[in-house]
Ligand binder design. Structure first.
Ligand SMILES: [Mn+2]
Length: 323
């Protein structure tokens, strides 16, 4: 049997695209990774000289791009590297990455949809549900593919199943428990049959309502940017970013967490078309030690703690100008 490794992101789209990849390459080694560390994980995986590597739902971090390419160059020529992804990429990144991997890149659908479409003929029937969970998880549920397949089922049930996963993931340590979840999903077990997932989903939902109340009281506003800093709870970052925009009636919302020297944040937009990925690339370009990016509507960044006020100011000016 050929030796395969699956690397994927820890959110629902990453989990479902990884689970589908495991169905395509049974017996794969499986690991979670992130845009800022994928080059290190690739270096490590290259040492095993696998026959197949499948990397899904990992955004190209422009500042790390050359390191990703160097890591890819460590693999033997015989290693087949699949790289499905839906995060925006520059034409140059697309070209360079495409020379080294089997790139399947489309912006619009979620990654799980891309993996499903690519390998559909060799997949069991339940893989389709995984692709649709991924689509719901990433707000990519209005593609022609998703609409067609929602029309074949009672989509409300599918949203409940996907919603259980989205919620439970707020309360799961993604390196440990999520790995079991990936294997259960690959087996075809439905979220509503996973007692621990149902329990955690309800718990997370109750906590989310508390998070909303907290953000309502604590969110601050700088021009068109609402933000909340250091909520007394882990996770719920995307959600609280969205809440911060709403409760301050802002176009952009941020949920940020600071450590000794860094600030790490999730960013969401509201009632504006401003492209957060492009905005971050622009603002962070000259901010040393920073990194960030993602999608037009949902992104993340990390930067030096001292740069946070300047970052907020620049973001507010940018959104005022283009939002
Ligand atoms: Mn995704």
């Amino acid at each position: 049997m050929s030796k395969a490794t699956v690397l994927t992101h820890g959110d629902l789209d990453g989990i479902t695209s990884g689970a589908i990849a495991i169905l395509v390459f049974p017996g794969s080694d499986f690991y979670f990774t992130r845009p800022a560390q994928v080059h290190q994980d690739l270096y490590r995986v290259a040492k095993d000289k696998p026959d197949i590597v499948h990397v899904s739902d990992i955004a190209i971090n422009s500042k790390k791009f050359s390191e990703v390419i160097r890591a890819l160059d460590r693999f033997p020529k015989s290693t087949e590297i699949h790289w499905p992804d839906h995060h925006p990429m520059t034409p140059k990144e697309r070209r360079e990455l495409g020379k080294r991997v089997e790139l399947f890149h489309e912006v619009g659908p979620c990654t799980a949809e891309l993996v499903y479409r690519k390998f559909a003929p060799s997949l069991p029937e339940h893989a389709l549900r995984l692709a649709l969970y991924g689509a719901i998880g990433d707000y990519c549920d209005e593609t022609p593919f998703a609409k067609t397949h929602f029309d074949d089922v009672d989509k409300r049930t599918l949203y409940l199943e996907a919603g259980l996963l989205v919620q439970a993931l707020q309360e799961i340590d993604y390196q440990k428990e999520s790995k079991d979840l990936v294997h259960q999903l690959a087996l075809g077990i439905k979220p509503s049959s996973m007692d621990d997932i149902v329990f955690l989903a309800l718990k997370a939902t109750r906590i989310e309502h508390e998070v909303f109340r907290y953000v309502q009281q604590k969110a601050q506003k700088l021009g068109p940017v609402g933000y909340v800093l250091d909520m007394p709870i882990n996770g719920y970052r995307g959600k609280s970013a969205k809440f911060s925009a709403y409760v301050t009636d802002s176009k952009v919302g941020i949920s940020a967490r600071s450590s000794d020297d860094e600030v790490d944040m999730s960013i969401r937009r509201r009632r504006t078309d401003v492209d957060l990925n492009k905005t971050l690339n622009f603002i962070l370009k000259d901010m040393e030690g920073s990194s960030g990016g993602g999608h037009p509507a949902a992104a993340g960044a990390s930067l030096d703690r001292n740069d946070f006020p300047r970052f907020l100011q620049m973001l507010a000016e940018h959104v005022d100008k283009y939002g």
